[in-house]
Design a binder for this molecule. Structure first.
Ligand code: G6P
Length: 490
């Protein structure tokens, strides 16, 4: 944390992301602020609280639809302001094309191997270009010097690095791609693949979660662009400008802010038992995430069915609580998932449940961080069974929540987090039988073994926390800035 602040003397830090860290929603009690369910926001918010600056994002809450109450610039967090939130207002048409269309029906399924076919529409692409331009203009408006450090976030803004470079040539642009980057063959189906790669090559540094994703990007740049790719040095030179391509595995703050408000583990457990009407001998598994088809929610429910079929002794003694935050619900793939999940849950509950006991509890709503942490602390295990995931911070948050060093993490090998959390029970979510075996292993794992595994994972996350993630990128950027300064002085 200190390192981070020391790295930034005399510089202006700006973050650009689609999602804003505080969403203003209208409720019967007036305007309420909500933290969105987003790994990106969870990781960046503590960084901005630590180093200040400006965060530029799309204003998206229900309270903002009414132009009377909405504010372009706000100081946040509301209780203890540390940085400026600058909001960009998008029209319905822009939002439909740029966010729902190109970003979430095009790039999201293109980059995640979840076997959902990407949709590419020319009209969406045009909105995507336009919205990226609008954010580039906003960066220029907010820049107080000609060399800001701009942290560009995610697949919503592939074109932005080049647009900023054209307007502010001296800017240090650190772009982080929070989702996987597929192999070159897969990426090549995108009709605008060259424009996207060219846009990203406007960055100073381009970060991914894993080495594999870096390699995939280097391969794409090599194949499709007139560029020089140096695989040893991990860089691409395009039109005389060099971009470093590096892995920076994202993480969470340590200790997480939500932990400060938590009751002891036993009280959390009692509270969750009360909420769900569970007796104290019922073992609790949880899954908590956005209701997204990449998360493998159906697959884990099928594993619960398999567990209860092969081990009927757990019937009535095992519950799976699935908290799922509605997300991108306007899109067909998301509404279909919700319907399918509800049907599957009813079927499993009818098969293995009784009138008084349902083995699966599906709670479809947004959960605030305090509630999420209470669930984590109450659980015997947490299941993260992503079909494909850049990192997955839920896995890290579960570990961070367990200061009692108990609880088992079941983690998909297709989530970036599995590269670091090797003490989790690693599973292939497509292998229902194998995942059910992991549930059984977790249910039977002795407490000392849980402690050993938890301790190792906690040590790793404590050390590789989100401040280190950001500090590493800024350290690399400050070396580049220094070299540039020396170069221009000579
Ligand atoms: C992923 C993406 C983020 C996004 C988040 C939530 O973590 O990488 O960019 O903010 O999902 O999705 P949403 O569409 O609700 O912002």
């Amino acid at each position: 944390h200190r390192l981070l602040v020391e790295r930034l003397p005399d510089s202006q830090v700006m973050v650009v992301s689609n999602r804003e860290p505080y969403i203003h929603n209208r409720s019967s009690e007036g305007i309420v602020l909500q933290n969105p369910a987003s790994g990106l926001v969870a990781a960046l918010e503590p960084i901005m609280r630590a180093c200040g600056g400006v965060w530029i994002a799309h204003g998206s809450g229900s309270a903002d639809r009414d132009t009377v109450d909405r504010h372009d610039r706000l100081q946040v967090p509301p209780v203890d302001p540390a940085y400026t939130l600058r909001r960009v207002w998008l029209s319905e048409e822009e939002q439909t094309g740029y966010y729902y269309g190109l970003a979430n029906e095009g790039l999201w399924p293109l980059c995640h191997i979840a076997f959902v076919r990407p949709t590419f529409r020319e009209a969406d692409w045009l909105q995507y270009c336009k919205v990226n331009e609008r954010f580039a203009e906003t960066v220029v408006q907010e820049a107080t010097r000609d060399d800001p450090i701009v942290l560009v976030q995610d697949y919503h803004f592939a074109l932005l690095p080049r647009m900023i470079r054209d307007r502010l040539p001296k800017a240090t642009i650190i772009t982080f791609w929070h989702i996987p980057w597929p192999n070159a063959e897969t990426f090549s189906i995108c009709p605008w693949r060259n424009a996207i790669i060219e846009g990203l090559l406007g960055s100073t540094i381009l970060g991914f979660h894993t080495q594999l994703h870096c390699n995939n990007f280097l391969e794409a740049a090599d194949r499709f662009m007139e560029s020089r790719v140096d695989r040893e040095h991990m860089s691409v030179t395009y039109r005389g400008h060099e971009v470093l391509v590096r892995p920076y595995p994202i993480s969470i703050e340590w200790p997480p802010a939500a932990l400060a408000n938590q009751a002891p583990v036993a009280s959390c457990r009692a509270s969750v038992q009360r909420q769900f009407g569970l007796s104290s001998d019922v073992r609790i598994a949880v899954g908590i995430e956005r209701f997204d088809y990449t998360k493998g929610i159906l697959d884990r429910l099928k594993a619960v069915d398999d567990l209860l079929t092969r081990h009927p002794e757990w019937s009535g003694r095992f519950v799976f609580i699935q908290a799922a935050a509605p997300t991108r619900s306007k899109l067909g793939a998301y509404s279909a998932l919700q319907e399918e999940a509800e049907t599957l849950v009813n079927w499993i509950n009818a098969k293995h449940g009784t009138r008084d006991f349902a083995p699966i509890r599906l709670v479809i709503r947004h959960h605030e961080p305090d509630e999420v942490f209470e669930l984590f602390r109450a659980a015997d295990m947490c299941v993260v069974s992503s079909l494909h995931d850049g990192m997955n911070l839920v896995a890290k948050e579960f570990v961070a929540a367990r200061d009692d060093e108990q609880g088992v993490l079941i983690l998909s090998t297709f989530a970036g987090a599995s590269r670091e959390l090797s003490e989790a029970l690693l599973v292939n979510p497509y292998d229902t039988h194998g995942m059910a075996d992991a549930l059984q292993t977790a249910l039977q794992m002795p407490s000392p073994e849980q402690r050993n595994r938890m301790r190792l994972m906690r040590e790793l996350i404590r050390e590789r926390n989100v401040y280190r993630w950001a500090a590493q990128m800024l350290l690399d950027a400050s070396h580049i800035r220094q070299r540039q300064r020396i170069g221009s002085a000579e």
